[in-house]
Structures are given as structure tokens and as C-alpha cells.
Design a protein around this ligand. Structure first.
Ligand code: TRP
Length: 461
């Protein structure tokens, strides 16, 4: 069975794969719109503090627990922190399962917009097109949604089928450099636009008077989402790591790349938006649609070389989403391999098919389907998709994150965590003490603050 677990082929391959997990719709879609929603500046600063003070120590904790035990979420927590911590591992697997089920639907939209923009680039953009109506027609078309998400699910399953080194790592090695390249092209193009100065000001000039009470907490919630922590995905990736890799250095690289890409994506989008008269109001009304409603048209009317860049951009979104969906499926698959002694191929098909059943529910949420479109469990959330999204981001991620901090800080022995975090024969006590302080006190306090805010009714989704 051991051979079915797999191992990373190289240190760089692991860093790319973990960065691929972190970079996804969270960076290209979610971060820009919540930053817009929260007035930029001060929000970005608070987000950076959350990444450094909470996200980074938790990522190190997850990686160290995974590498130490060489097991996936459930087995790793059980072995490292104590028997009943396995329950939180199961919670993480369920969280990955649910997140994957609806994340796939949004990822499917990027395929649709890739096809659309490719057709427009070849045949001409229909000037005056109502992009909001196009979007609604797209999500409301049940058959189309099923085809798109089935296509994306199959792509995810295909990669995980080939395993850690030949599937996940190989895809990351090829696609991440391409993703960085396309983003760089877009950045250059965006910085040349008239609105770029305003975009940079919006992002980097902090005015704390505009920061709303709930903003700090949504920054914290998003830092978890963006780094892929709180559900054991990094435990699983850590379990394929060799002792030769430095967890601290790897974490620093992953966090820097993930945060950098989120900021670059925002610079690009905001530069375009600020360059067009009237666009700030349009986006202001529904920032969630920035990526799929405002941007498609602007590529053809505003962005230099937009005809070339538009299809490239939506392929980039799809690829970024794929390197995230594979890590979500890997959480479920590796659980079946480790805890139920399934072969990788069987485990992949079984978990992929099970998740897809729930993807169907999410995909049909926007087309007037009985129950799925009208389900109302949480206030202001209608339909299966919104309900599950709310449950994952407001309930599962914060509680899962809290469990990981407490397990790593208080239940994993210091001998183990010190041994994993300190490289070679350096003593490294200072570095270790800093991490321990954050993981024991700062991170749990911050996460508790989110949970309390959720209980008081703040919404993070
Ligand atoms: N980090 C991913 C993104 O930004 C989303 C995500 C959250 C994720 N948790 C995860 C991906 C766990 C893989 C594994 O889009």
C-alpha cells in the first residue's frame, strides 16, 4: 500500500504544487472582490497581517504534522495529537469534499468564458452585449452547467489518478510558470492604462477610517481560504515531503507567491476598472461579478492587446482553479488510501464520483430547480450553492483552523514540532519560539474571534 501514497519528486516540485493549491479562485476572483467591497488600502494591510500572524504559522503546523506522520489528515492528527483528534481530520475531509463540490462549478464558468472569449477574439466582439444577462443565462442553463462541471471534474480526476509526482507535481511544474507568465503580460498591459495610478492608490493607501468592523474578520477568513489551510490540505501535501525540505523556507515561498499573485490580480482588475468611466459604479453594485461580468467586455474595449489576452486570461483562471481542485480531491483520495487501504486508482474514482454527485446539486442551483434553487437555511443565502458556500467558509474552515492550531500548539510534543521546523543542526530556538508563540496564542485568539463573529452573525462568504 505504501507505494500508492507517493512522494514529491523534488523540493521545487513540492513548492510549485503547494503554491498551485493556494493560488486559485481565491486569488483571482475572491480577493479582488472582497478587497473592492472593503475599500482597499486598510483592508489589504489587515489581510497581510492575518497572513503573517495566523495563516503562515498554521501552514507550517499543517506541513510539519503531515511530514512527521507521513499520513493524510485523519491519521496524521490522530498520531500526532491524540486519538480523538482524528475527528477533526474527518471534519477536514468533509470540508474539502464540500468545497470541491461547488468550487468545481465556478471553475466550470472559467471554461465557458474561455470558449466565449476565444470565439470573440476570432470572430469579433459583439459590441453592446449585456454581459450581466449573458452571465445569468449561462448559470441558469442547467444542461450547460452540468457539462461544464463534468468536464472540470474529469480533468481533476485525471490528474489525481496519476498520483502525487506524475499527476499533481507534473501539472504544477508545467502550469505555474505559464500562469506567472500570463499574469505578468497582463500586469504590464494594465499598468499602461490610465487608471493604474488610481488602482495602486486604492490598494496601497490605507485609510483606517474607512475600515468597517467586520472587515478585519473577513480578511482573516480569506487568509485561511487563500492559503488552503484549515482543512488539512497542507497536512496531506506535507505527508509526501522528505526530511530534506525546509518547512520554514517552503512556507515562506508559498505564502509570498500566493499573496503576491492576489495583489497582482487586483492591480490588473482595478487598473482596468478605474480606466473606464462609469465602471466603478457598475462594479460597485455587484463586485462578485467582476471576473465574469465586468472584465470580459473590458478586454475588448479597453485593454491593450485585449483580443489576445482575454482567452489567455480565462485559461489562466481555469488552470489556477485546477491546481486547487486537485489538492482538494487529493485530501479525500488520500484519506481513502490511508484509512481504508484502497488503491490510488480506485480511491480517485470513488472520491471523484462521490463529490460529483454534490457538484450536480451546486450546478443546478441557478436554474430554478425545485429545492436546489430555493433552499433557505441561512439568512440572505438562497439555494444549495450559496448555502454550502456559507457553511464551508463560515463554519467549517474557522473550526477546522482552530482545531489545527490547538492540536499543533498544545498537543503535538515540542520535541516533534521543534525537530520538524528546525533545519539541519542549527539550534534555531528563536525561530521556534516565535512560531510557538503564534501557534499557541496569537492564531487561536484570532480564529476564536472569527468564530465569535460568525456566531454574532457576521458573514464571510
Ligand atoms: N486556496 C484556494 C484558492 O485560493 C482555495 C482553497 C481553500 C483550497 N482551501 C483549499 C484549495 C484546500 C485546495 C485545498 O482558490
Amino acid at each position: 500500500m505504501q507505494s500508492d501514497r507517493g512522494h514529491w519528486g523534488s523540493n521545487a516540485g513540492f513548492i510549485l504544487a503547494a503554491t498551485g493549491s493556494a493560488i486559485g479562485l481565491g486569488n483571482l476572483w475572491r480577493f479582488p472582490y472582497i478587497t473592492w467591497d472593503n475599500n482597499g488600502g486598510a483592508f489589504v494591510l489587515v489581510y497581510l497581517v492575518c497572513i503573517l500572524a495566523v495563516g503562515m504559522p498554521i501552514m507550517m503546523a499543517e506541513l510539519l504534522i503531515g511530514r512527521r506522520t507521513q499520513k493524510s489528515t485523519v491519521g496524521a492528527l490522530r498520531e500526532c495529537a491524540g486519538r480523538w483528534w482524528g475527528v477533526f481530520g474527518v471534519w477536514g475531509v468533509l470540508c474539502a469534499f464540500l468545497l470541491l463540490s461547488y468550487y468545481t462549478v465556478i471553475a466550470g464558468w472559467s471554461l465557458y468564458y474561455f470558449a466565449r472569449t476565444a470565439a470573440w477574439s476570432a470572430g469579433g466582439y459583439p459590441v453592446g452585449l449585456a454581459t450581466g444577462d449573458l452571465f445569468n443565462a449561462q448559470v441558469g442553463n442547467a444542461g450547460l452547467q452540468l457539462v461544464l462541471s463534468l468536464g472540470f471534474s474529469l480533468a481533476t480526476i485525471a490528474v489525481v489518478w496519476f498520483g502525487v509526482r506524475d499527476g499533481i507535481e507534473r501539472l504544477a511544474r508545467v502550469s505555474l510558470p505559464i500562469l506567472f507568465g500570463i499574469l505578468l503580460l497582463l500586469l504590464v498591459s494594465a499598468l499602461g492604462m490610465s487608471g493604474s495610478g488610481q488602482a495602486l492608490g486604492f490598494l496601497f493607501q490605507a485609510s483606517f477610517s474607512e475600515l468597517e468592523a467586520g472587515s478585519a474578520l473577513s480578511a482573516l477568513g480569506h487568509s485561511f481560504f487563500s492559503l488552503s489551510v484549515g482543512m488539512g490540505a497542507m497536512i496531506t501535501y506535507g505527508s509526501y515531503l522528505s526530511r530534506k525540505q525546509s518547512i520554514v523556507k517552503a512556507t515562506a515561498a508559498i505564502v509570498a507567491l500566493d499573496t503576491g499573485i492576489a495583489i497582482v490580480a487586483s492591480i490588473i482588475m482595478f487598473s482596468v476598472i478605474f480606466s473606464v468611466a462609469g465602471m466603478t459604479e457598475q462594479v460597485g453594485a455587484s463586485p462578485v461579478g467582476m471576473l465574469f461580468i465586468s472584465l470580459p467586455e473590458l478586454f475588448y474595449t479597453e485593454v491593450p492587446f485585449g483580443v489576445l489576452l482575454a482567452p489567455l486570461f480565462y485559461i489562466l483562471v481555469a488552470v489556477a482553479a485546477l491546481t486547487s481542485t486537485i489538492s482538494l480531491l487529493e485530501v479525500v483520495t488520500s484519506y481513502l488510501i490511508d484509512e481504508h487501504a484502497l488503491q490510488r486508482h480506485r480511491a480517485t474514482l470513488l472520491s471523484g464520483a462521490a463529490v460529483f454527485v454534490f457538484t450536480i446539486f451546486a450546478a443546478l442551483s441557478f436554474s430554478g430547480t425545485p429545492f436546489l434553487s430555493s433552499l433557505a437555511v441561512f439568512a440572505n443565502k438562497t439555494g444549495w450553492f450559496e448555502t454550502v458556500d456559507h457553511f464551508v467558509s463560515n463554519v467549517m474552515l474557522p473550526t477546522g483552523g482552530l482545531a489545527v492550531t490547538l492540536a499543533a500548539g498544545w498537543f503535538v510534543s515540542r520535541r516533534i514540532s521543534h525537530g520538524e521546523l528546525v533545519d539541519g543542526n542549527q539550534p534555531g530556538w528563536f525561530r521556534y519560539a516565535v512560531w510557538l508563540g503564534f501557534i499557541r496564542f496569537v492564531a487561536p485568539a484570532a480564529v476564536l474571534a472569527i468564530i465569535i463573529a460568525v456566531l454574532l452573525g457576521t458573514d464571510f462568504s
